[in-house]
Write a protein that binds this ligand. Structure first.
Ligand code: GDP
Ligand code: MG
Length: 175
């Protein structure tokens, strides 16, 4: 077998947001390119690795999931330790998950490394008739925080979920 090359960089990326917004599903979509209808809130994947190549260099993305502790907004400093990026996820069919983004931003400000890269992700865009958070509202919030906004669906892979992680990897690589 070909010996595995050591990656040029390893980036730790966290998924954060209210319970059931689709964090595990987004991770699963990116990692396995699959969608599962019935994830229970406490089923997390701890972390998975996904390797990508940027400018001929192998980059290892370490994606971290929460396993239900987000229900209590109880994400500890430990989880945020050495994190390079955080994906803030809300569910476009649940307005409280959108309102809580400001609370998640606060825990990140309190607990995470200061220079952590943040992106905002509006998930479940496939549920057209149930949407209560508009594209404009998402864009406005991201603009207010000065972070990049993605609208997607882990189910139908609208706008390509991989784009989110590609963006993060490139941003971190170029730092
Ligand atoms: P988590 O608690 O944030 O990790 O959320 P999960 O990934 O466990 O998803 C919660 C529920 O929403 C599950 O039943 C998923 O199948 C469903 N779900 C996740 N993403 C989407 C999506 O983009 N569209 C739809 N229709 N359902 C989704
Ligand atoms: Mg989960």
């Amino acid at each position: 077998p070909v010996p595995r090359k050591k990656p040029a960089a390893v980036f730790k990326i966290l998924l954060i947001g209210d319970s059931a917004v689709g964090k595990t599903s987004l991770m699963f979509r990116y990692h396995e390119d699959k969608f599962i209808e019935k994830f229970t809130p406490t089923i997390g994947m701890d972390f998975v690795f996904k390797n990508i190549t940027i400018q001929g260099q192998e980059i290892s993305l370490q994606l971290w999931d929460t396993a239900g502790q987000e229900r209590f907004l109880n994400i500890t400093k430990n989880y945020y330790r050495n994190a390079d990026a955080v994906v803030l996820v809300y569910d476009r069919t649940v307005s409280s998950s959108f309102k809580n983004i400001s609370r998640w931003m606060k825990t990140i400000a309190d607990e995470a490394p200061e220079d952590i890269l943040k992106v905002l992700v509006a998930n479940k865009s496939d549920l057209h008739r149930l949407l209560v958070v508009s594209t404009q509202e998402g864009q406005d919030l991201a603009k207010q925080y000065g972070i990049t906004f993605f609208e997607t669906s882990a189910k139908l892979d609208i706008n390509n979920v991989a784009e989110i992680f590609d963006y993060i990897a490139h941003e971190l690589f170029e730092r």
